[in-house]
Design a protein around this ligand. Sequence first.
Ligand code: SF4
Length: 208
Amino acid sequence: MTGTLPVVETFHSLQGEGLHAGRSAFFIRLGGCNVGCSWCDTKHSWPADVHPQRRLSALAAEAQAAAITGAAFVVITGGEPLHHDLAPLCNALAAAGLPLHLETSGVDPLSGRFAWVTLSPKAHRPPLPELLAACDELKVVVHGPEDLDFAEAMATQAQAARGGNASPQLLLQPGWDSANGQTLAIDYVRQHPQWRLSLQSHKLLGLR
Ligand code: SF4
């Protein structure tokens, strides 16, 4: 098996966010992101070239070991993982026999095959329609009221992109340390039952 990717870190923890929050997962955080979110909590991942190139076979071996010790799925995150062609990584990880989950902003075409796609779109770099069509959950970070308008616009575009197929799961996630975002998201979810609150529970618990 050949091929490498820049890797910031790998770890076995609990998924902290989204519909699969609270489940055991093995994370692969890839280096490289040019989306430039001001609130980003992984800015160290932005430059791809400062992170070691790791062999896909080694990542697959780590995932296999995590599966033996309880991981229910593998999360490919970043950075922006779709800056890379993820097909070779997905092929390599097939050996671990775990479902593959992707967390992406959706600015690049989808590559690889995933059991679950989390799309976290950004207003300043809107996602490609193909990601709105493919995502399983749409998770919008809320800092201010404009983010709620953006969330609804994304939900509408996702519905249109899917040609009438089922909507993705809709989640609002307050920005970390954003008291305003928390109040807005809670109030909005209370009044709009199609949306669900997502909290960064790993940060609340002091997990990775
Ligand atoms: S897309 Fe993700 S990793 Fe990239 S800047 Fe935005 S929050 Fe950070």
